[in-house]
Design a protein. Structure first.
Length: 260
């Protein structure tokens, strides 16, 4: 098991390293002090397991997962000091976590469970659990309950070295792509260096998250086809067909119900 340690506290990283070095069959893939370092290291080192601190300045542990993408995220064990809501969310989503200060026996058990998951090749199940966790946290975030910011009526995008402007209502959907997003307008696609969360705040009401990596203009939806287990095929005016996640089914139904 190659394990990447991500924590902004040097003492915490040192303690985790010492405990891991005592475990047979464990190799330290690296240490990261920031979320941005973690995103780069996950892509470069391809660790088998990430010990991921939840509370970090800049990019939090949850932001790291969003940047990497749930489909590309290795098995993860969250490390948290006092975020009790996050602990409940981990338990509901069947994801492993460690409370600081980390108990050596709990760490050993968490690594053993992660090794079992790697051997079982349960990647699809991990993706589903991570999406469920992030959806729960996003709906319960204090920021989500704050007043809706003023929306942008048009979006400035990079188009081959110059700035172009795309009308907000002309955007069909937005797709997360690692550290970037892809903005789809008809047959055109623009790549922006930003996060999905920032795009949601910028575009505001009228756009709905149908899965972790896709934000859709409600007025661009032409039809919904049931796919099973709470998922839908979302047909857009551009001809694109997107698959929704069952974890965002309530948001999709509510948004479509608001259409005139």
């Amino acid at each position: 098991m190659r394990v990447l340690i991500v924590d902004d506290e040097p003492l915490a990283r040192r303690g985790l390293r010492r405990q891991l070095e005592r475990l047979p069959g464990v190799e330290i893939a690296g240490e990261c002090a920031t979320g941005a370092e973690a995103v780069r290291a996950i892509g470069a080192e391809r660790p088998d397991l990430v010990l991921l601190d939840v509370q970090m300045p800049g990019l939090s542990g949850f932001d790291v997962i969003e940047r990497v993408g749930t489909a590309r995220m290795p098995p993860v064990v969250f490390v948290t000091a006092h975020d009790q809501y996050a602990v409940r969310a981990f338990e509901v989503s069947a994801l492993d976590y460690l409370l600081k200060p980390v108990d050596p026996d709990r760490l050993r058990d968490a690594v053993d469970r992660a090794a079992d998951r790697v051997r079982a090749g349960s990647g699809a199940a991990l993706v589903a659990r991570l999406e469920q966790l992030l959806a729960r946290l996003e709906r319960a975030s204090p920021d989500a309950a704050a007043a809706t910011p003023a929306r942008a009526e048009r979006l400035a995008v990079d188009e081959g070295g110059h700035i172009a402007f795309v009308e907000r209502d002309a955007i069909d959907w937005v797709e997360a792509a690692g550290n970037h997003v892809r903005v789809h307008e008809g047959s055109r696609t623009y790549v922006q260096r930003t996060t999905m969360r920032a795009m949601m705040a910028l575009l505001g009401a009228g756009f709905v998250r149908i899965r972790r990596s896709a934000l859709v203009n409600v007025r661009a939806i032409r039809a919904l086809e049931p796919y099973g287990k709470g998922s839908w095929v979302v047909r857009l005016r551009s001809g694109d067909r997107l698959l929704s996640s069952r974890h965002f089914a309530a948001e999709l139904r509510a948004a479509v119900g608001q259409l005139p």
